[in-house]
Design a protein around this ligand. Structure first.
Ligand code: ADP
Length: 247
């Protein structure tokens, strides 16, 4: 199964397998973020974050509401830019990249799972997982279907692959979202409270699945959670308090 789930881009997969045994996938150096820059209400919410994650690291991010976790995740996910500092994703320094280069890097290197799954509820589970791959050029449809089916198998949803996503349980929908996030074979998966909306048992199952699916693919994970029991099962825990990182 692991072989069949290698990165859809064979070149990247080969490079990754050969060189990235413990290569650094995420590196932040002195990252600061201010909102409303130049306005009277300018506020700095991240005050110089340093963080380094290697391939396959599973890192929990905890911290009180308003401490800067989502801001940090948005910056690492290349959805927002830091005000200063440097950020490397999969070996690429990102702060000097233009918007189209950031979009390309985000598309092939980063997967996202959110508290609310953002699936297309009228589409089947399989179709939802296929979606991110349809935009990638030179990817024949049979391969897309095969890969989506393998990913759904990895998250234990083969019997539900042709069911509309809207008819699945919350835990099953989150599994589809994980399979979809892994579709492009990302180096990094950013999960913002993916279990926050689930009952304890489903949260536990989704967490275990995330851990298993990512270790199959060697994916690095940054996992925001308020759940200390789940954080304790991660390789590292960092705390964001008032815009600063405590290990
Ligand atoms: P957390 O995810 O830990 O709850 P956030 O990263 O959402 O925290 O927010 C950190 C701080 O940044 C909060 O004080 C919030 O009000 C502020 N903030 C977040 N986004 C913006 C924005 N777009 N404009 C202004 N302030 C913001």
């Amino acid at each position: 199964m692991a072989d069949a789930l290698l990165h859809p881009d064979d070149t990247l997969a080969a490079t990754g397998a050969a060189t990235a045994a413990r290569s650094v996938i995420v590196k932040l150096e002195g990252i600061r973020k201010s909102f409303n820059v130049g306005e009277p209400n300018e506020t700095e919410v991240l005050h110089g974050i340093d963080l380094s994650l290697a391939m396959g690291d599973f890192c929990a991010v905890m911290g009180p509401s308003g401490s800067g976790k989502s801001t940090l995740l948005n910056i690492v996910g290349l959805l927002d830019r830091p005000t200063s500092g440097r950020l490397w994703i999969a070996g690429q320094e990102t702060t000097s990249l233009d918007e189209s280069a950031l979009t390309r890097l985000r598309g092939h290197a980063i997967g996202f799972v959110f508290q609310y799954h953002h699936l297309i509820t009228a589409f089947t589970a399989l179709e939802n997982v296929m979606l991110p791959m349809l935009g990638a050029r030179g990817f024949p449809s049979a391969q897309i279907t095969r890969r989506a089916a393998l990913l759904l198998d990895l998250v234990g949803l083969t019997p539900w692959r042709d069911h509309p996503a809207g008819r699945l349980s919350g835990g099953q929908q989150q599994r589809v979202a994980i399979a979809r996030a892994l579709a492009m074979g990302p180096n990094l998966l950013l999960a913002d409270e993916p279990t926050g909306n689930l009952d304890t048992q489903s949260a536990d199952a989704v967490f275990s699945l995330l851990r298993h699916a990512c270790s199959e693919q060697g994916t690095t994970i940054l996992f925001v959670t308020h759940n200390p029991a789940l954080a304790a099962r991660c390789d590292h825990v960092v705390r964001v308090v008032d815009g600063r990182l405590l290990a």
